[in-house]
Design a protein around this ligand. Sequence first.
Ligand SMILES: Nc1ncnc2c1ncn2[C@@H]1O[C@H](COP(=O)(O)OP(=O)(O)OP(=O)(O)O)[C@@H](O)[C@H]1O
Length: 233
Amino acid sequence: MLVLENVTRQYRAGEVRVAAVRGVSLATTPGTMTAVMGPSGCGKSTLLTIAGGLQPADSGTVTVAGVRIDQLSENDLYRHRRRHIGYVFQDYNLVQILTVLENVMLPAELDGLPRRKMRDRALGALAMVGMADYSDRYPDTLSGGQQQRVALARAICGDRRLILADEPTGALDSDNAAQVLDALRTLVRAGATCVVVTHDGSVAAQADRVLHMRDGLLDGDLVEPSGARRADA
Ligand SMILES: Nc1ncnc2c1ncn2[C@@H]1O[C@H](COP(=O)(O)OP(=O)(O)OP(=O)(O)O)[C@@H](O)[C@H]1O
């Protein structure tokens, strides 16, 4: 579902250059959850945003659902992202003035689908994360864990199969985090592929695979004499 090959990304702040990702390769197995852990600043979020096409890599390839997204035009990338990739962030990013159902319908609305179809899709997604009974509520009447489950429903609504989650339990107590993890596992069992960046050991404990990142490199990365690096897929 997601394959990265030799991805690099450097930031420049004036004269200073930060090599945030230094040659990472990674291949996910469909229907599994991969956790990426590592100290603050090691490049986890940068890697995730590149994987999701939110920012380009400096070099390397990024393949999502069989398509090299690093080669797509801006319009095609936008469409491919919306078709295949759902994002989940620590702070849920729900629209407060919309109901739960309207939030989940939002991506389908941008696709211009008929309203009934959007509604059915959204209710189906909410049911998968145990939130169908809350469809008429507004986000600020829900707990953090419930809001994050709505964000998960929005991420997969429309049969998007790649979930990229950046610290999805970072703002939650352990009960709420457990509910979000249950929902995530349900989606993965149903066939979604998830890459989750986390500091939370309980998230990693639920993952099928845990990778460690340090100084822009993933676990098992080899530093070649030439300076090129690769990671075990
Ligand atoms: N827009 C930017 N401009 C300049 N430097 C940046 C930018 N974004 C990130 N960095 C730097 O790149 C490095 C990797 O940052 P990144 O956010 O990817 O790490 P992280 O592992 O996700 O950290 P955290 O766990 O704290 O979220 C850090 O040194 C960070 O300061």
